[in-house]
Design a protein around this ligand. Sequence first.
Ligand code: K1U
Ligand code: ZN
Length: 179
Amino acid sequence: MTLKPILIHPDPRLKKLCDPVPEVTDEIRKLADDMLATMYEAPGIGLAAPQIGVMKRLFVMDCIKDKEATPEPMVLINPEITWSSEETNVYEEGCLSIPDQYAEVTRPAEVRMRWLGIDGKTHEEQFDALWATCAQHEFDHLNGKLFIDYLGPMKRKMITRKMEKLKRERARTPKDPIL
Ligand code: K1U
Ligand code: ZN
């Protein structure tokens, strides 16, 4: 498994509509494995392909936060939202592409999704609580939408400026400098 670098906002690839996956191949299964490894290492509870610069419609998630519990990795390829609840939920969201920034986002409390699994078969499931929030956050990534797009323009601009500064600093100080 290969850990992939995660793109940081602002990046044009995080604003683009991703392409459907035509077929679940070994290449897609390897990509899903790499995405899960990258997500667990970050650490995060979700990761969408465009966050590692792959413009395909798939994401991974595992919302079991307890490190002692059995992991529940999920891979959703070509996901569709087939139903959303009227009832909403507010959650303080974060994003691996917008490090250390959190904001409350209101979304449907429950969603039903249909997708292709790594077995190439169609799956359908209803998600609630954090799973529903995370699935919608990741689904948004596939349509070039970030959680900050739900905020007002002032807050969004402030976070974007902080990320531009972070990217400039990271470019100046590489993570593993050769001494
Ligand atoms: O898509 C991403 O950027 C991943 C993101 C998913 C997410 C978080 C919160 C609400 C909705 C979607 C993250 O995983 S941010 C990191 C995070 O939430 C976390 C990290 C370690 C332990 C528990 C949570
Ligand atoms: Zn995100």
